[in-house]
Every structure is written in C-alpha cells, then in structure tokens.
Design a protein around this ligand. Structure first.
Ligand code: HAM
Length: 439
C-alpha cells in the first residue's frame, strides 16, 4: 500500500529515480563524448550568483528576470566581500550563459588560446507555471564558444555539434529553426524595433494585456506570443530579415551557407526572437517530437555584446542550452525505440546462499564477480532457497548462483538460468569465464 510522506517535493521540482537516471547518465555521457570531439572542456559553476549578473545579462524586462527568479538576501554575513553594497541579493541561476561569461572574465580566460569552448551540465531554476516539460528546477546541457574571429563557421559548427549529439542519442522528429536578430550595437535592430512598435500601436486594441504591455517594454517579445486571437495581426508585422544592416544580412547569409556546407537542415523562422535580451545576429531553436506545447528542446544563439557588458573585453560568443528534461521526455515518448533503461546495468547474478560456511564463500564470490564487472545481489541475511529464487526473479536477475553447504564442500557451484530454469554445475574458477561468454 502506498504511504504518504509528511513532506512532498516542492511544486515544480521532482525526484529522478533509477532506472530512469541511467538514461540521464547515458545522455550526459554522450554529450561529453560528442562535445570533446569538438574540443570542448567542462566548466562547473556555482548554483547561485549575484542577482545583478542575471538582471544585466538577461535583461530586466524579460519574463525570466522580472518574474521567474529565485532571489534571496545573503544575510550580509561577515564573509561577504560586498558588505558595502546595500540591498545585495543572490539568485539561483536561471541559466548558465551569464555565469560562463562571468567566469571567463574572472578567470582571465581571454589569455587562453581562442576560441574558448566550454560546456556545463546541471540544474537551473525558474519560477514558471509547472506543466509537462516545464519545471521550476530543470536541467540544462549548455555549451558556449567564447572569443575567436567573427566567423559564421563558428555559429554553424556549434549547430552541427548539437545536431550530431541529438542524432547520437536518437532524438526523433527534430526541426531546427534559425533567425537573425541583427546587431544591438552599433544598431540595426533599433530601427526594426521602432518600426515594430509603430506597427503594433496600430493594432494595440486587438492584442491581449501581455502583448500590449510589451509594446512599450520589449516589442520583439510580442512575436513570441502564442495567444490565438493575436496571430493574424502578428503574422502581418514586418520581418526583421528585411531590416538588417548590410553586415548583418551578409552574416546571416553566410551562416546559412555554412550550415548547408555541413549538411545541416534548417527552417527559417522570422518570429524566433528568443526570450533573453543578450542575443545578437543568429538565433536558433530546436523542437522535437512528443513534447506537446513545451516542445523547444534547445535554444541558443550569438551574444557578441555580453562579455563586454559584464566588464570584459569585446568578445564574440555563441552557444546553446539543451533542456535535458525535455530531451529525456522526448526520447521516452518516441516509440520507446530507445529502451528507458539504456545503459542501466541490470542484475546479472543473485547469490542464493544458506548456512554460515556458504555465507563466507558467497561474500567472496560476490566480491570477485563485482570486480569482474557483473552486477550482483548478495542477500544480507539467510533465506530459504525458495524465497531467494523468488526474490531473484522479482529483481529481474539473469542467474541465481546457488551456494549451499554441499556446493561449498564440493567446490562445485550451481548456476541456475532464471528464464528457463536450467542448471549448470561449475567449479569455482570456471564461473567468471562461463558468465562472460553468456552475458
Ligand atoms: P532558454 O531558451 O531560456 O535559453 O533555455 C534553453 C532550453 O532550456 C529551452 O529550450 C528548454 O528546453 C529548457 N528550459 C527552459 N526553461 C525550462 C523549464 N522551466 N523547464 C524545463 N526546461 C526548460 C537559455 O537558457 C540560454 N542560456 C541558451 C543559450 C546558451 N544561449 C546561448 N548560449
């Protein structure tokens, strides 16, 4: 009977349990392997940072900063190096890009050979309305390329790496959408934003309260709106691609050529403006099958101004973050073509022992088998053989190793194949070799 705990996980957070965690590990391991072939190294970052870092980087008018961050006071403890700063708060990271840029500057990475390629895997926190594929603690696999030349090949290579990774983990039904949002400074976007604002003013009364508010705060975000009744008006708005400066237009064309050179298939989506303010030029998003409304499994793009904004030298940069929760959901939903227990080591041998003498042998056998790489269950207390075999079945063991007083005295052990009940007698030294051939 299910029991009810006095405590439950906080809304929007959840426990990830075995065997599903094996799939998470498999996904993460594949990312590590693929990213390493492109020269990426892992960075591990703090979970919380000064609130100001995210506010500046992501933008105060964005949903993330204005309403989704978990922010709390540091308590002005005596260790604080910033005691003098009034009202200082810290925030649980809602994403990793800002932290990576902070770390790049703080650790003088501009002195390293460029570009610097970093990835990070871990939990992020946003106070969003929880639903399928949307959590308040979620996980990202984030990769960034910092520095190096102003080269469209870099944008394309990062996307190629991403699609290679998705391919390797078997993600189905992916579509890559790309767009260019132009420069923020010197500015070809400002002209477009003003034009958009003017056009939006004309249809203001046809829009809902969120979009109306965004006409003033951030008109680009109106393009993101999913509100059904607004769609006919949004569809008629001017496209940014028609208002890019010459440099940005040439850059966008070059990124597309570079993607084609790599055989990466994309669709252009002029409404792809992304929800964070730091983007410049190329932005992209990938959707996948089986996810319902929260179908963006990855988002990314270029952010050439961010490192400078945070006090570093002018530095080109681009990257992406994969929503790992959504990636896993999609893998699980697409036809179960991937076993959900992929990479999970199922139980090989259950040791059914009886009697004190057999116990010492069982302990030794368990240790030797585990050393040889087999997954072994050794019951910690004596059991009748019948019960032991039943337990072995329940746990899905492939074999039961039967060790009674007789077997131990003779030095010949009995290995029972649980699927068909057949038994083999083996001398102790032959066991590991025999299992290696079978498993
Ligand atoms: P983002 O689009 O905010 O971009 O998030 C990237 C991905 O994280 C989304 O496509 C989605 O899969 C996942 N995600 C976001 N919020 C949630 C949530 N509440 N629950 C589950 N999954 C979620 C960024 O975070 C940028 N830092 C990406 C980037 C890196 N751009 C350049 N470099």
């Amino acid at each position: 009977m299910a029991t009810k705990s006095k405590f439950q996980a906080i809304k929007g957070t959840r426990d990830l349990l075995p065997p599903e965690t094996a799939l998470w590990n498999h996904v993460e391991q594949t990312a590590r392997e693929v990213f390493a072939t492109y020269g990426f190294g892992e960075i591990r970052l703090p979970i919380f940072e000064p609130t100001e870092l995210f506010a500046r980087s992501i933008g105060t008018d964005t949903d993330v900063v204005s309403k989704e961050m978990y922010t709390f006071a540091t308590g002005y403890d005596s260790d604080s190096v910033d005691e003098s700063v009034p009202g200082r708060t810290v925030t649980l990271r809602p994403e990793a890009t800002a932290s990576i840029c902070r770390a790049y500057i703080e650790n003088n990475m501009q002195q390293l050979p460029h570009p610097v390629k970093l990835y990070c895997i871990g939990p992020m926190f946003r106070r969003e309305r929880p639903q399928k594929g949307r959590y308040r603690q979620f996980y990202q696999i984030d990769a960034e390329i910092l520095g190096g030349p102003d080269a469209p090949a870099i944008d394309a290579e990062v996307v190629e790496m991403l699609m290679t990774f998705f391919d390797k983990v078997g993600l189905q039904g992916t579509t890559l959408y790309i767009n260019s949002v132009g420069h923020s400074a010197p500015n070809c976007r400002r002209g477009y934003v003003e034009l958009l604002r003017a056009e939006l003013q004309k249809v203001r009364d046809k829009l809902g309260p969120d979009s109306q508010r965004r006409i003033e705060t951030n008109p680009l975000r109106v393009l993101d709106s999913k509100v059904e009744s607004e769609q006919p008006y949004i569809e008629k708005l001017p496209h940014i691609a028609d208002h890019l400066c010459e440099d940005c237009a040439a850059n966008y064309a070059a990124v597309k050529r570079e993607l084609e050179l790599r055989g990466v298939i994309y669709e252009e989506n002029w409404r792809l403006v992304r929800g964070l303010d730091y983007y410049t030029r190329t932005t992209f998003e990938i959707t996948a099958a089986g996810l319902g409304s929260q179908n963006a499994v990855c988002g990314g793009g270029r952010y050439d101004g961010l490192i400078e904004l945070l006090g570093g030298p002018p530095t080109k940069a681009t990257g992406f973050a994969i929503g790992e929760d959504r990636l896993i959901l999609s893998l699980q939903e697409s036809a179960n073509s991937q076993s959900p227990t992929i990479g999970y080591q199922s139980l090989s041998v259950y040791i059914a022992w009886m009697g004190d003498k057999a116990y010492a042998t069982a302990v030794r056998a368990a240790k030797d088998l585990r050393n040889a790489g087999f997954s072994v269950e050794l019951p910690p207390v004596a059991q009748k053989f019948g019960k032991a075999l039943g337990q072995a079945d329940k746990l899905g063991a492939k074999y039961a190793l039967i060790l009674g007083e007789d077997e131990v005295a003779e030095g010949t052990w009995t290995l029972k194949t649980l699927a068909d009940g057949t038994q083999t007698k083996l001398p102790e030294p032959a066991l590991i070799e025999h299992l290696r051939k079978q498993l």
